[in-house]
Design a protein around this ligand. Sequence first.
Ligand code: SAM
Length: 237
Amino acid sequence: MSHLADALRPGPPVFGEGCDEPYRRHLRSRRSGRLHLHRSSPPGDGGQRRETGTSWELDTLRAPADSADTSAIAGVEGPLLDVGCGPGRMVRAALHHGLEALGVDVAPEAAQACADRGARAVRGSVFDALPREGHWRTVLLMDGNLGIGGDPGALFARCADLLAPGGVLVVEADADEHADEDGWFVVVDDDGASSAPFRWARLGLRALRTALHRSGFEEVEVRRAGARCFVHAGWQR
Ligand SMILES: C[S@@+](CC[C@H](N)C(=O)[O-])C[C@H]1O[C@@H](n2cnc3c(N)ncnc32)[C@H](O)[C@@H]1O
């Protein structure tokens, strides 16, 4: 997508966008580092951004996939769609496992980083029209990506549309087992560069299970790897 089309993209900022553009800077620099997610006041709220102390770290340029990542997708079937794929760590891991895999990410730098690393990705929102809707055997929501859009129920319903009957949604729960919040957040890097506020959500295992059940998914398995936790949930149309 061109810079003009990018600038004209409708809607509020998404993850890491706006202000100092910390996520884009992070992706462009190709250096490793960490991003921090903080609660924030809504946009236009007196121009003040308020960190509430709720935060966690995102190691977005971690590569290659580590053993926790690979344990999350062990035994899953392709084709696999990684929603919010970033620079393509999980797409590459899936390819390494012999799976047909595609990433989707709204950040152009993420899709480009994927391509540069030999992984296929489309640039766009998970809520836009996507290839092979209703035919993906596995859909991934890793690295806190259940927060995309700030409404996990709407996101899970969208993932259900993307999945083939009998397909599996793999969702990473928040490291805080009791996390259950949605609202406005900002991304801040180690230099203090901050994004504009965007809608996001966090669900620990307990709230995630409830949300998946409400969305019509059937829990198949919970996998733990160190501090990380992944729920495999089946979809029957
Ligand atoms: C927490 S980061 C995780 C990135 C990636 N999984 C990784 O660890 O490298 C969230 C990702 O979701 C993407 N994203 C945010 N909103 C999205 C949307 N509506 N559709 C697709 N991707 C989205 C962001 O651009 C970002 O790359």
